[in-house]
Design a protein around this ligand. Structure first.
Ligand SMILES: Cc1cc2nc3c(=O)[nH]c(=O)nc-3n(C[C@H](O)[C@H](O)[C@H](O)COP(=O)(O)OP(=O)(O)OC[C@H]3O[C@@H](n4cnc5c(N)ncnc54)[C@H](O)[C@@H]3O)c2cc1C
Length: 417
């Protein structure tokens, strides 16, 4: 044990919590991880598995406001808001749309680009010694457009990423077929990002990293944390479904459930559960060389160990509403636009809750009210991509090292200003 070793409890065994735990262990700390589920079984299990180094733009963008009504009216559209949830969501939606103006968008993009940049390499480093390298794979993203008109309509959003080191290139015709032979001949053009990658099993990746963390000395407790009580003299008492736990320092990395826990620490944060769905084709009959995106359907198709995973869509309905698997059926109805020969008969469905803040930038850093409490949540569509950098930032802060970046955009109290 190192001289300045501390005792840290990480709440949440999703990809973000486990990445924090691994980096804290590498600094020599004593780490306990608490989750009511086994590792990697909530949002981190069913995602598209993409190390999206290109995903530096926030979800809310200039001009989005005008396309929202069209998306909502289209039953096969990528966005739905349950009728019963409109009123609750309204204040968040206002903040979300305001965050999509040009200047705030650029400020979010700066903060996000630091987190997503070089993601595959960051994951390789996180996986060092963990025995999960076989789950990491380099592959380009091929983001396909239905026609030239929709490509030219969408190109500016790719160009907005160039200042942050993303290098999109347009590919057409024979070159596109060579890059991804499985793609429909009806699709004339695509934007390609070469510097990309994916995992072949997101859940196994998190479980493998959690096993590694335990081999490095971490304790894993399966408990439901019901209340957090920061104590005046320092430290935190956690009430769980199986008694109280005293913690010296904690990291709240509880994904979409973190909002309630932050509130118990006196810090209200506008965190929403942005639900997404996947459809897993177990015997797809097509083999992909790349990760394929559909510009029309706004979903990704990723080759995985268990088949072809189609993941995407956005639904707002609150944390506790049951899944509406018609959203996953929409993906099923659109897959043949990409791969006409796909076998869509043998499949399973899944719903997960992305933890989303209006400006799309996760909260990473210390509580402004209580010493010894750190936050690492709100990673929206890029939690897998950005987990290694998040873990590293948290470890830096706990150790008192000053990261060479502006930490302001990640602060927990930025929504109070
Ligand atoms: C359809 C879809 C596709 C996606 N595709 C991608 C992608 O390709 N690339 C990418 O980078 N990201 C993607 N994402 C986003 C990514 O999955 C999330 O950002 C990420 O999983 C969030 O990780 P997390 O660890 O913060 O949360 P989670 O994985 O949800 O983990 C939080 C954990 O906290 C635990 N917890 C919560 N509250 C408590 C409590 N009170 N007591 C005990 N335990 C608690 C939960 O049980 C859970 O295990 C996608 C998401 C969806 C829905």
């Amino acid at each position: 044990m190192q001289e300045n070793a501390q005792s840290i409890t990480v709440l949440g065994a999703g990809v973000v919590g486990i990445a924090c735990a691994v980096h804290l262990l590498r600094d020599g700390h004593r780490v306990t991880i608490i989750d009511r589920l086994p590792p990697g079984e909530a949002c981190s299990s069913g995602n598209a598995g993409v190390f999206a180094s290109y995903a530096c733009l926030p979800v809310s963008l200039p001009g989005l406001f005008w396309s929202v009504p069209g998306m909502l009216l289209d039953p096969a559209g990528a966005l739905t808001i349950r009728m019963s949830y409109w009123l609750t969501l309204f204040p968040w939606l206002v903040k979300f749309l305001r965050a999509g103006r040009m200047e705030p968008m650029q400020s979010s993009a700066r903060a996000l680009s630091f987190l997503v940049n070089n993601s595959l390499e960051q994951h390789r480093d996180l996986a060092r010694g963990a025995g999960v390298d076989h789950l990491l794979r380099p592959a380009p993203l091929v983001y396909a457009y239905a026609d030239e008109a929709s490509l030219s309509k969408g190109l500016h959003t790719w160009d907005w990423r160039r200042p942050y080191g993303v290098e999109p290139r347009v590919v057409r015709g024979a070159e596109l077929r060579e890059l991804e032979p499985a793609l429909s001949e009806e699709l004339p053009c695509a934007v390609v990002i070469d510097d990309c990658g994916h995992t072949t099993n997101p859940s196994l990746l998190v479980k493998g990293l959690a096993d590694y963390a335990q081999r490095q000395g971490a304790t894993l407790l399966q408990r439901d944390v019901i209340d957090i009580h920061p104590r005046d003299g320092g430290g935190v008492r956690l009430s769980t479904d199986d008694g109280d736990i005293m913690a010296e320092k904690i990291v709240i990395a509880a994904g979409a459930w973190s909002g309630k826990l932050a509130e118990q620490c006196g810090e209200a944060v506008p965190l929403e559960a942005e639900r997404g769905y996947h459809l897993m084709l177990h015997d797809p009959g097509v083999e992909l060389r790349s990760i394929v995106g559909s510009a029309k359907g706004k979903f990704l198709a990723t080759p995985m160990d268990e088949g072809l995973r189609l993941a995407g869509t956005t639904e707002f309905a609150g944390l506790d509403a049951p899944p509406d698997y018609r959203r996953a059926e929409v993906l099923r109805s659109q897959v043949r636009d990409l791969f006409p020969d796909a076998n869509i008969d043998d499949y399973s469905q899944w719903m997960g809750q992305r933890p989303s803040l209006p400006d799309s930038v996760p909260v990473i850093g210390p509580s402004q009210r209580h010493a010894g409490i750190y936050y690492a949540f709100g990673h929206q569509h890029i939690g897998l991509t950005s987990a290694p950098k998040t873990g590293r930032l948290i470890a830096d802060m706990v150790a008192g090292r000053t990261p060479n970046i502006d930490l302001g955009p990640y602060r927990v109290d930025r929504f109070q200003r």
